[in-house]
Design a protein around this ligand. Structure first.
Ligand SMILES: [Zn+2]
Ligand SMILES: [Zn+2]
Ligand SMILES: [Zn+2]
Ligand SMILES: [Zn+2]
Length: 260
């Protein structure tokens, strides 16, 4: 593919939120497509109702399925980009003078064909760099979908817990009003008792409220850290193949054959 065609091809497969190649792309009601993680995070952060980041139309559905055709094209676009970028820094095996096109998952290193057939690698599975990276992205995306679902459930419990706190506070206010009414019917002498009664109630209510608020606080923090984790995973998935695979740096004394 010449570089003009490549550019057009890639721009069509670019998410307008992250300006990177689509990751787990979803198409919303208006027809616009975005990375599912980008859309989830974008909607999570906006205060306004969920609308399309491009045309502002409000979608009726929010449980989006992966657009499989777009996902395949995006993977091709990533590959084209990787071929384009890495052809200049392709690593050549010193022993066999062949390009290292395979990734060994066990050793986290790159291998050439003949190297991958050596006895020490016999029990490993090796796949082309781009495929290995795409498989790794796929696994991460699956975990991210689960993580986001957990987070949504957590937010529901969080709302319930916050509601419970509010209900409890209303209940305490009502109890106080009732105590005051009860003491109004009895002689003034006993008003010291009323004070004690109210103080005991307040003390008890304070403790329970603190517990409820503590649990709301903990859950809020957990939801927050889940979102951060989700964001980090999204960034990781968007990294170039080699970075995503975290290819181990070779010992420079034995391998200095990077060809420029
Ligand atoms: Zn995106
Ligand atoms: Zn739209
Ligand atoms: Zn080799
Ligand atoms: Zn191996």
């Amino acid at each position: 593919m010449d570089s003009d065609t490549l550019q057009v091809f890639q721009s069509e497969l670019t998410c307008s939120i992250c300006t990177k190649c689509f990751l787990d792309p979803v198409t919303i009601d208006c027809g616009h497509s975005f990375c599912h993680p980008c859309l989830s995070l974008c909607w999570e952060e906006s205060q306004t109702p969920r609308s399309c980041p491009e045309c502002r139309e409000i979608p009726e559905w929010s449980d989006f399925k992966t657009n499989i055709a777009l996902k395949r094209l995006a993977s091709l676009a990533r590959q084209a980009r990787a071929d384009h970028d890495h052809s200049s820094e392709e690593q050549i095996c010193v022993t066999h003078q062949e390009a290292k096109g395979l990734f060994c998952e066990v050793d986290q290193t790159l291998l050439c064909g003949p190297c991958s057939e050596l006895p020490e690698h016999a029990a490993h599975s090796h796949s082309p760099i781009h495929r290995a990276a795409e498989e790794s992205r796929e696994k991460l995306v699956k975990r991210m979908r689960t993580l986001w679902k957990l987070r949504e459930e957590m937010k529901i419990s969080l709302n319930q817990e916050a509601n419970n706190t509010q209900l409890f506070e209303n209940y305490v206010a009502l109890r106080k009003a009732m105590i005051t009414v009860q003491y109004q019917r009895i002689p003034l002498l006993l008003h010291e008792d009323e004070k004690m009664h109210l103080e005991a109630l307040e003390q008890e209510a304070k403790e329970i409220c603190q517990q409820l608020k503590g649990s709301v606080f903990t859950m809020t923090e957990q939801a927050e850290s889940m979102r951060e984790m989700y964001r980090e995973l999204t960034e990781m998935c968007h990294k170039p193949d080699m970075e995503l695979l975290q290819v181990r740096k070779e010992d420079p004394s034995s391998e200095r054959e990077t060809v420029f």
